[in-house]
Design a binder for this molecule. Structure first.
Ligand SMILES: Cc1ncc(COP(=O)(O)O)c(C=O)c1O
Length: 378
């Protein structure tokens, strides 16, 4: 029988077992314990952020970030349509409304269209951007670093500054991606906006099973997110809660796992880069990443005209692949939501197939996937 080649699975071969065992042996298994602060400290040092708040997953991190950034019921938030739905649902959790944006050729939010939307569809007065058609206040922008690529942050930050928008970076897929040139040289995905969020879901570059982390350089925003993540308890002894909070804190067991994973992050990125290059060597042309960055190579994208046939064919050979997400503005929960000139996202949605990219992938696996693709293309 053929070997099953999964799309993206965890790689847990470092100190994870040792740290998790220690968390269990010391009986610090819940939402307090030394591994949580150690994981927060190491991650914030790695990405160069001032504050970090560990939470249950990327989705809860985004929800907390929106609330900390002051997004309120009835507000509007600019979001991409080409991404995973978890980047957008928290807008609705906050009782706000999304407006969907197109992507550029890096698959990330097109800043030219964002600017055009702000200029043409909105008015700006007294520091408030208002959407003319719905009269909603546009408060924030959620920019996603899709597949480990980097969004055009200099352009996004300029627009946000001009129109007084909060920037939340969904860096759930882009831990380790950083600028290597230009005005933002050295800056990591997640650290340039008001708040950034990482995910440690099982398919991410490092995993805690399920988990997430918010980072920020603004103490007030970070502490507010931390407060909300622990039921907004203002007085620990007397159960004084001063807001509606959430039970969104990471556990010490997850953090122990995360610490072991974080130690291997750079090795994982190196392996992913080698495998990306191996695909190219085998004649498979993958979508490139933005110039001027060091990407984490999280997901590999292959463009083809027979997407569904390819996925089916690979699946018959025990090779897992997948199409890119259905565009969110076309999904049932977002029927009737505002959209702005969505064009490129449709083109990419119809053609992209994500190929196996786990750090466990061998050269032989890559050769096997490449062979199967070439067979179909003959
Ligand atoms: C772009 C994007 N946003 C948000 C999330 C949510 O992260 P989590 O699964 O940790 O809740 C994910 C991943 O799952 C994602 O890919």
């Amino acid at each position: 029988m053929d070997k099953f080649i999964p799309l993206s699975v965890p790689n847990i071969k470092g100190n994870e077992l040792k740290y998790v065992t220690n968390a269990i042996e010391t009986e610090w298994v819940s939402t307090a314990g030394p591994y949580i602060s150690e994981f927060e400290d190491l991650l914030k040092e790695y990405v160069g952020a001032s504050y970090a708040v560990a939470c249950q997953n990327g989705t809860s991190g985004l929800h907390l970030a929106l609330q900390a950034c002051g997004v309120k019921a009835g507000d509007m938030v600019i979001v991409p349509t080409l991404t995973f739905i978890a980047a957008v649902n928290p807008v609705r959790y906050a009782h706000a409304e999304p407006v969907f944006m197109d992507c550029d050729d890096t698959l990330t939010m097109d800043p030219l269209k964002v600017k055009e939307f702000c200029e043409e569809e909105c008015t700006f007065a007294d520091g408030v951007l208002t959407h003319k058609k719905t009269n909603r206040k546009v408060k924030a922008l959620v920019v996603v670093h899709v597949f480990g690529n980097m969004a055009d942050m200099p352009a996004i930050l300029d627009i946000a500054k001009q129109y007084n928008l909060r920037v939340i970076e969904d860096a759930t897929e882009a831990l380790g991606t950083r600028y290597t040139e230009g005005e933002l040289e050295g800056k990591y995905a997640g650290t340039m906006g008001d708040m950034g969020v990482y995910s440690f879901n099982g398919n991410k570059i490092i995993t805690t099973g399920g988990g997430g982390m918010i980072v920020s350089n603004d103490e007030e925003l970070a502490e507010h997110a931390r407060h909300l993540s622990t039921q907004a308890k203002a007085d620990v002894l007397y159960f004084d809660h001063d807001e509606i909070g959430y039970n969104y804190r990471m556990t010490n067991i997850q953090a122990a796992l995360g610490l072991g994973q974080l130690e291997q992050l750079e090795t994982f990125i190196q392996t992913k880069e080698e495998n990306y290059k191996e695909y190219q060597k085998q004649g498979i042309v993958l979508l490139p990443f933005r110039k001027g960055i060091r990407t984490n190579y999280w997901f590999y994208s292959f463009m083809c005209e027979n997407r569904d046939e390819l996925i089916k064919n690979l699946s018959e050979k025990m090779i897992q692949s997948r199409p890119v997400w259905k565009l969110i503005h076309t999904l049932k929960p977002y029927e009737g939501a505002e959209c702005y000139k969505i064009e490129k996202a449709v083109y990419y949605y119809e053609r992209i197939v994500n190929l196996p990219c786990s750090t466990n992938l061998t050269k032989e696996d890559v050769a096997c996937v490449a062979e199967s693709i070439k067979e179909l293309q003959k």
